[in-house]
Ligand binder design. Structure first.
Ligand SMILES: [Zn+2]
Length: 409
């Protein structure tokens, strides 16, 4: 298949910036700096869009625009004119000749690809253009349900920075994460952070594939629980794993007992842990890396509107979550079911949404859905969440966390 966008710019620096921005957005592009070649290239390659600089030696951009729009064979080609020197008369002429859009240089790097997408549509290869131009953290959901069975996967979320990999919780979702990490072989030093030791959060730790690989450093962090220490929890998990995975543990394992507080995990990575409102000692985590903030709080009950004077949990945690790029939040119950499960340590979808809106987070993933909910029930929950947000005029991106869901922030 031919190219999607042809860029004609005599300035190699300006032209290659345009080229790079559009390639990063996912388009197949070609840059030519000799405008005399432009007409032939458009006829041969049939791009959907031509980006034309106005001031060029040879044939100038306005003349090219006119020629393309006069040629019955290629007149449907979309045209964006770009120019550093903007004269109102040129702009009007460009539009009169049939240009679809006029963009001034220097570009706004954040919005340029989006402006192009509005004219030509998303790239053929997929929706890369909806991503921000720079993405620093890649998040993937591997498991998200309150308990397993019938193919449901219990909590596990990975957060990958350009250099490091962090895994939150070791429910059965970690089995798929482990296979993928082993296959991709990008990381030999892996952090696994456990929120607490209820089975859904640790049951598959011992079967995490990288634990059987030599040369792997596995750093496991978790709370100090009076009923079960981190070392007991980890030992039990591995002892239970050998039937399914008889190979000896070959990774180097290091344990980190965590309490509420701030930790410098790595030179550019900070972790804050906070006690979540949930039976047993349970931590929520705030990961700060690459200038982004991700909050993982799989099991906790937000009090919402009904908080009493003694219940300052929402406030305490809200402070840490404020402005986070992503919040992965317990929303185990639909609003209808929550009443019957108050004070058990899990939140309703509405309280999660209220909380996320109040604290101006960028993306909200509703997490840890009750295992009794069917897929259509989850779809309804998601639709209801979107409806609520729309009626409030909120632009919060809110989705149900499902295995396979990927997000970049
Ligand atoms: Zn729990």
């Amino acid at each position: 298949m031919g190219i999607e966008i042809l860029i004609v710019d005599d300035d190699p620096i300006g032209g290659s910036l345009t080229n790079t921005l559009l390639q990063e957005a996912g388009y197949d592009t070609q840059l030519i700096t000799d405008s005399k070649l432009a007409m032939d290239t458009v006829k041969n390659e049939r791009p959907g869009l031509v980006v034309l600089d106005i001031l060029m030696p040879g044939i100038d951009g306005l003349t090219l625009c006119h020629m393309i729009k006069q040629d019955p064979g290629i007149r449907d080609t979309k045209i964006i004119m770009v120019s550093a020197k903007t004269f109102q008369a040129e702009k009007q002429r460009a539009l009169r000749y049939g240009a679809n859009l006029f963009i001034e240089k220097p570009y706004n790097i954040e919005t340029f690809a989006h402006q192009v997408t509005e004219v030509v549509g998303p790239p053929r290869g997929g929706s890369a253009s909806v991503k921000p131009v720079e993405t620093a953290l890649n998040i993937q959901i591997w498991g998200s349900r309150s308990s397993g069975g019938q193919g449901l996967k219990t909590p596990c979320v990975s957060v990958e920075t350009p250099k490091h990999l962090f895994i939150f919780d070791a429910g059965t979702g970690i089995l798929d994460a482990g296979s993928e990490i082993t296959r991709a072989a990008r990381h030999k030093d892996i952090w696994v952070l456990l929120s607490h030791y209820h089975p859904a959060h640790i049951e598959a730790l011992g079967r995490f594939a990288p634990s059987r690989q030599g040369g792997v450093q596995l750093r496991i962090g978790g709370p100090t629980d009076p009923d079960k220490s981190l070392s007991d929890a980890v030992r039990d998990a591995f002892e239970a794993s050998f039937d399914a995975l008889p190979q000896p543990v070959a990774a180097q394992i290091q344990l980190y007992e965590l309490q509420e507080g701030h930790y410098d995990l790595l030179p550019e990575v900070k972790l804050s842990a906070f006690y979540a409102n949930h039976p047993s000692t349970t931590l929520g985590f705030v990961l700060d890396a690459e200038g982004r903030r991700v909050v993982y709080c799989p099991d906790c009950e937000l009090y919402g509107e009904s908080a009493s004077a003694m219940q300052d949990y929402d406030e305490k945690v809200g402070h840490l979550c404020h402005g986070a790029d992503l919040l992965i939040q317990d929303a185990r119950w639909t609003d209808a079911d929550y009443d019957a499960h108050k004070n058990e340590g899990h939140s309703s979808a509405s309280s999660a949404i209220d909380f996320a809106v109040r604290h101006e987070v960028g993306h909200l993933l509703l997490f840890h859905q009750d295992a009794s909910y069917s897929d259509p029930a989850l779809e309804q929950m998601e639709a209801a969440a979107r409806e609520t947000l729309k009626s409030r005029g909120s632009r919060l991106d809110c989705r149900i966390a499902r295995p396979g869901l990927k997000l970049s922030v």
